[in-house]
Design a protein. Structure first.
Lengths: 205, 112, 238
């Protein structure tokens, strides 16, 4: 077998083996390829639009997309310098956004969500957090985020949060371009409970 | 003749030998010595660059086999392309020697 | 016969040859030649040391030979061949573990079988035979079995091509049961194996005999409705 023949065999085999290695190992040429491949693997998507990409401190980034008025959040990471794969440590995947304003807290002190009404231009959140066992008097963090043209909002409420504390969004307000509150969800500062914009009639339990 | 084996007629001689039989390097040297009655004696190491270049040009192929001495040696065999090249070079060589003889013989011809 | 030492001479020749891959080949070919010549001299009666030096003289100038060899051994093709061969070997090694894991999982899948529920009698079974590709995965709903202790069992399997471009997980199905009035129960417990080919079983408890519909969900918003009234093969009929 002379070198010319071997060269032809190499040129045929190398792309095949490369493809096989990448497909079996879950490696991709771009971060977005990982994103869509992950959605496919979780049997939803593909997202109509990628809303944002956020870099992680260590490496890789979080890619957030929008699919049928819901969010799709997947963390990706570099591999072998030039390739991409799913970031280890778990992915979020599909985030159901059924309320008018849906907001969620994520690891790393991130808050993000979707507002489905065009009039809502700003979202205010009250986050309650604290140590387990001390949930009578939680600490409070407030934040306000701008809603972009896709209805998406994002913010970082804390970078110092510990893993073993509880944290949740206790109250959300959706405000219009004039700053007027047109939507409420959760326990308002006045102590009134709302559920997806509707005031719940007082039934103390 | 003490020249190094790096000349045009070398390829012709090697191809001609390899057309008859497959040889390894040392055998080739011995054969040339014998046939030329030791007129052709040269630096033996210079054979190999020629053989290797002929191989990369596709005129010969090499393979490993056990020689009569019992040791493993790298044999060379002529290829189809080599045979074609041999025929071409033989023709050129013959034309060359005929011209030389004619010059020595004194006959006159006009140049084209 | 002592093997003579021509290392310095050979190394000097090779120092001119830039294409390192061929060094070994050249080294042995030249050395063998020199040994053959040496054996001839010695068998004719020459002294070992003199034979060794005569062979060196016969071979020729190391630098000249080296330069000529370098010209014959550094074609563009040679370098490309070398680089591609290294790349090929690397890729074969990289593929080794994934391929092994693929074969192993395939092996396991072949020998897998459904668990037979033994703590209650079968009331009816339905041969569903449903098969559909959801994104990259072909979902097969094989059978539904209903037992006297009001457990409804779904037997299914999934197949995803290992070389497709999605990221592979082994996802199990969700099951929601309905009766005439509406939804009775969502989900239950069970198992699921294999990210390529795998079987799964799902059990839902406290399901009435007259449940009308089972909706199988796979992933997000992919639903397979199965009529529970049709195709029932009662156990005591067979």
């Amino acid at each position: 077998m002379n070198r010319k023949k071997e060269l032809i065999i190499f040129v045929i085999l190398i792309p095949l083996l490369l493809l096989s290695f990448m497909r079996l190992g879950g490696y991709y040429f771009s971060a977005e390829d990982v994103f869509y491949a992950c959605e496919k693997g979780l049997h939803y998507g593909p997202s109509e639009k990628i809303l944002a990409e956020y870099e992680f401190e260590d490496s890789g980034k979080l890619i957030v997309g929008k699919w049928k008025e819901n969010l799709s959040a997947i963390s990706v990471d570099r591999a072998f310098g030039v390739l991409w794969k799913l970031k280890s440590g778990g992915i979020t995947g599909f985030i159901s956004c059924e309320k008018v304003v849906t907001a969620n807290i994520f690891r790393g002190g991130k808050v993000m969500g979707l507002a489905s009404q065009k009039e809502i231009r700003e979202v205010y959140c009250r986050i309650e957090y604290g140590d387990y066992g001390n949930d009578e008097n939680p600490s409070i963090q407030e934040m306000t985020m701008t809603v972009d043209q896709d209805g998406f909002f994002y913010g970082i409420w804390s970078t110092q949060i510990q893993d073993d504390t509880f944290q949740y969004i206790a109250y959300i307000e959706g405000r219009n371009a004039y700053g007027e509150v047109i939507y409420r969800d959760g326990m308002s500062p006045e102590g009134k409970p709302y559920l997806d914009g509707v005031l719940i009639e007082n039934t103390e339990n | 003749m003490d020249k190094g084996l790096i000349g045009g007629s070398t390829v012709l001689m090697l191809l001609s030998l390899l057309q008859e039989k497959e040889y390894y390097g040392y055998e080739i040297i011995k054969e040339i010595e014998q046939r030329s009655n030791c007129i052709f004696q040269f630096k033996e190491g210079t054979l190999y660059p020629v053989l290797h270049r002929m191989e990369s040009q596709g005129l010969v192929k090499s393979y490993k086999a056990t020689a009569e001495t019992g040791k493993e040696r790298k044999y060379y065999q002529i290829t189809v392309k080599g045979k074609t090249q041999l025929a071409k070079e033989k023709e050129q060589w013959n034309a060359f020697t005929i011209s030389v003889k004619k010059v020595l013989g004194g006959a006159g011809y006009a140049c084209p | 016969m002592r093997v003579p030492d021509w290392e310095e001479y050979l190394k000097q020749i090779l120092s001119h040859v830039k294409f390192k891959y061929d060094h070994n080949h050249i080294y042995f070919e030249l050395k063998n030649h020199m040994e053959d010549r040496y054996d001839e001299f010695v068998s004719e009666g020459m002294e070992e040391e003199q034979a060794r030096e005569t062979v060196l003289a016969c071979m020729g100038d190391a630098d000249e030979i080296g330069e000529e060899l370098n010209k014959a051994h550094s074609p563009f093709l040679g370098w490309i061949w070398r680089v591609l061969k290294d790349a090929l070997i690397l890729l074969v090694i990289l593929n080794f573990l994934p391929a092994l894991s693929l074969i192993t999982s395939g092996f396991i899948s072949v020998f897998e079988s459904y668990d037979e529920k033994s703590d209650s009698l079968l009331v009816y079974s339905i041969d569903v035979g449903y098969r559909e590709k959801i994104y990259d995965t072909t979902v097969i709903i094989d059978k539904i079995l209903y037992y006297e202790d009001h457990t409804l069992e779904v037997r299914y399997a999934t197949w995803t091509n290992p070389f497709s471009d999605s990221i592979k997980w082994s996802s199990s199905i969700g099951v929601t049961i309905y009766d005439e009035q509406g939804k009775i129960q969502a989900n239950g417990n069970g198992w699921k194996s294999g990210s390529y080919y795998g079987r799964g079983q799902k059990y839902c408890e406290n399901i009435p005999l007259d449940a009308t519909k089972a909706v199988i969900s796979y992933g997000i918003e992919n639903e397979i409705p199965i009529d529970l009234k049709e195709g029932r093969v009662m156990a005591n009929e067979s």
